[in-house]
Design a protein around this ligand. Structure first.
Ligand code: PGA
Length: 251
C-alpha cells in the first residue's frame, strides 16, 4: 500500500486525474473502474480539461462504474448514470456502449449483478480502479460487515450513508435504500487501485483503513491485502494515520 499526502484537496484530485491520464496514455484500450460522489468531482474536472486540451482520449477505453441506486432510472438526476453523463461522459469521446453502469431498474437486481460481474470478467478485468471512501469506510456501496470476498450484488445502505447522500436528492424526492455495488472481492481483483479521500470528515475512515487491522467492520481495510493500492489524501484526511505507519510506508 502506498500513501500520497497532498497539501490540498485540489492537489490530491489533480494527482488522481494524472494517474488516470497516464493509464490512458500508456494503454488507450484500458478498462477503468469509476466512482461517483462528491470526492471525485475535482478529478473529473481535471480529466475534462485534459480532454479539451487534447491530452486525453477515451476512444478505445471501457469503463465500469462501481455502483448504482436500485429504483432510479438513468434519467433521474440523483442516479449515478446521470452523474457520470454530467461530469464526464457527455464531455469526452467515450463510446457510451462501452461506459457500463449497473442498471438500477433491472427487474431482478441479482441477475443484473451477475450480468455485470460477468461483463467485467469478459473484458479481462479492470486495469485501474478509482475509489472514494465513505465516512464509514465503505468502498463502492460495500457497507461495514461486507465480506472481503463479496461479489457484485444487491445491498442495503446504512442510515449513515443515506444521510451522507441526502443532499444529492431534491427535497421530497424518494431516496433509495438499496443499491447494486461491485463487491469487495471484485474490487480487489482490479490490477491497480487508487483511493482518493479528502477532508477531516474522512480522517477516521482513512486511519481505520490504512492502520489496520483488516476487518469486515472497515471495508477500506480490505485494501491492505491488495498488491497495488495507493491512497491519495489531503492533509486533513491524513490527520489520524499513525506516524509509524507513514514511516513504514516511506521506508
Ligand atoms: P463522497 O462519497 O465522495 O460523496 O464523500 C465517497 C463514497 O461514499 O465513496
Amino acid at each position: 500500500m502506498n500513501i500520497i499526502i497532498k497539501d490540498s484537496a485540489a492537489d490530491a484530485s489533480a494527482a488522481v486525474a494524472d494517474v488516470l491520464l497516464r493509464q490512458l496514455a500508456h494503454k488507450p484500450g484500458s478498462v477503468l473502474g469509476l466512482p461517483t460522489g462528491g470526492t471525485p468531482l475535482g478529478v473529473y474536472a481535471n480529466v475534462r480539461q485534459a480532454h479539451e486540451q487534447g491530452r486525453a482520449s477515451f476512444a478505445s477505453a471501457t469503463t465500469f462504474n462501481l455502483d448504482e441506486y436500485i429504483g432510479l432510472p438513468a434519467e433521474d438526476p440523483a442516479s449515478y448514470a446521470h452523474y457520470m453523463r454530467e461530469n464526464l461522459f457527455a464531455h469526452v469521446n467515450i463510446d457510451l456502449d462501452r461506459a457500463h453502469i449497473p442498471s438500477g431498474m433491472a427487474e431482478d437486481p441479482s441477475i443484473e449483478a451477475a450480468r455485470y460481474e460477468a461483463l467485467i470478467a469478459a473484458h479481462g478485468g479492470i486495469d485501474l480502479m478509482l475509489l472514494g471512501l465513505g465516512r464509514n469506510a465503505h468502498i463502492g456501496f460495500n457497507e461495514p460487515g461486507s465480506a472481503h470476498d463479496s461479489r457484485t450484488r444487491r445491498v442495503s445502505l446504512t442510515p449513515s450513508t443515506i444521510e451522507a447522500n441526502a443532499g444529492y436528492f431534491e427535497p421530497g424526492a424518494r431516496q433509495p435504500s438499496h443499491a447494486i455495488t461491485m463487491g469487495i472481492g471484485t474490487i480487489l481483483e482490479c490490477r491497480k487501485i487508487v483511493v482518493l479521500a479528502t477532508g477531516l470528515e474522512k480522517a477516521e475512515a482513512v486511519a481505520a483503513s490504512v492502520n489496520g487491522p483488516s476487518s469486515e467492520d472497515v471495508p477500506g481495510s480490505a485494501l491492505i491485502w491488495h498488491p497495488d493500492t495507493t491512497f491519495v489524501l489531503d492533509r486533513a484526511a491524513a490527520r489520524h494515520i499513525e506516524r509509524a505507519k507513514i514511516r513504514e510506508l516511506e521506508a
